[in-house]
Design a protein around this ligand. Structure first.
Ligand SMILES: NC(=O)c1ccc[n+]([C@@H]2O[C@H](COP(=O)([O-])OP(=O)(O)OC[C@H]3O[C@@H](n4cnc5c(N)ncnc54)[C@H](OP(=O)(O)O)[C@@H]3O)[C@@H](O)[C@H]2O)c1
Length: 292
């Protein structure tokens, strides 16, 4: 008897630019019902149209949310849950590099908020759904956190300076937010060990995208544009995420870190399970008002 293939569902953040565009197209090409969380309705609609034209997949939805706002993240997760869809693949791709110090309305430094806190909140709200969806299929559900090798710019989480108030430098603050994401993945993997969900981090490489172009400083106006032509294309940048999303060999590789579609060893600071647990409970305490 032929087995009827179950419809699969994916949710992707940050799909309206850079690496996220070919990632979303790649996911939709695989026939996944693809939901895009984005902040700009016009960019979301135009991407939705492009995806349906390029892939023939009409199952594309948009949820609007600004990931600097924890309330928006909470609402986005509820909107997805209330849609009644399953969830087999969550790609936390959105990320920012700011060259100036910015705080969010919730009182967090913006890179820490988007690159880490929004991921923690969105993922934890969707975990029950990822678990129940994983149960329905032969493969585990997958969570892919698009991180950066730049996490190595931070040696540890600095709980005394979470908001970078003691002097702001673009790359160390970006690296700190990505280290938080790496530690999130470490602790989440442990918590998921008995569940049909696997979590991963990926480094896309240096990719020619809009990352870091949001403000008007020397770095964003001159340095980043000068370097970009030497970088990978967004399609090349999306390759590792898509590999981890669909490669059968990746099934069961819970907590693994990938770059260039290969498993990469973690640096010492990203393997610190004590710090990962401390960061988890620190974050859990602060975000609990946004649960449910
Ligand atoms: N490019 C690289 O060299 C590189 C290297 C290592 C890691 N990464 C990581 O790769 C991921 C994708 O970055 P990218 O290079 O493709 O950058 P990008 O071209 O700037 O795209 C970033 C995406 O995130 C979305 N986003 C940013 N802030 C948001 C917010 N507050 N609310 C909702 N969505 C928001 C953007 O939405 P809009 O379209 O509305 O702006 C866009 O879709 C990031 O996590 C980044 O840290 C990139």
């Amino acid at each position: 008897m032929t087995k009827v293939k179950k419809k699969k569902y994916a949710l992707i953040t940050g799909a309206t630019s850079g690496i996220g565009i070919p990632t979303a197209i790649g996911v939709a090409k695989r026939g996944y019902h693809t939901t895009l969380i984005c902040r700009n309705p016009a960019k979301g609609e135009s991407l939705k149209q492009r995806i349906t034209e390029e892939t023939g997949n009409h199952d594309v939805d948009i949820i609007l949310a600004d990931l600097t706002s924890l309330e928006d993240v909470r609402k986005a997760s509820h909107s997805y849950i209330n849609s009644g869809k399953s969830l087999h693949l969550l790609i936390n791709n959105a990320g920012i590099i700011n060259t100036t110090h910015e705080m969010t309305q919730d009182g967090y430094e913006a890179m820490f908020a988007v690159n880490y806190l929004s991921v923690f909140l969105l993922t934890s709200q969707l975990l029950p759904l990822l678990k129940s969806s994983g149960d329905q299929t032969d493969n585990n559900s997958r969570i892919i956190n698009v991180s950066s090798e730049g996490y190595k710019m931070a040696k540890r989480i600095d709980f005394e300076n979470i908001n970078a108030e003691k002097g702001f430098k673009t790359f160390p603050v970006y690296g700190h937010s990505k280290l938080a994401l790496m530690l999130f993945n470490l602790e989440l993997a442990e918590q998921l060990s008995q569940h049909p969900v696997n979590t991963y981090t990926v480094h896309p490489g240096a990719v020619n995208t809009n990352l870091g172009s949001g403000d008007n400083t020397i770095l964003s106006r001159f340095l980043f544009p000068m370097l970009r032509p030497f970088f990978k294309t967004p399609e090349q940048g999306a390759a590792t995420t898509l590999y981890v999303a669909f490669e059968p060999k990746a099934d069961g590789q819970n907590g693994f870190y990938y770059a260039n579609s290969k498993v990469r060893k973690l640096g010492k600071q990203a393997k610190d399970s004590v710090q990962a647990k401390t960061l988890w409970s620190w974050t859990d305490n602060r975000l609990s008002e946004f649960y449910n």
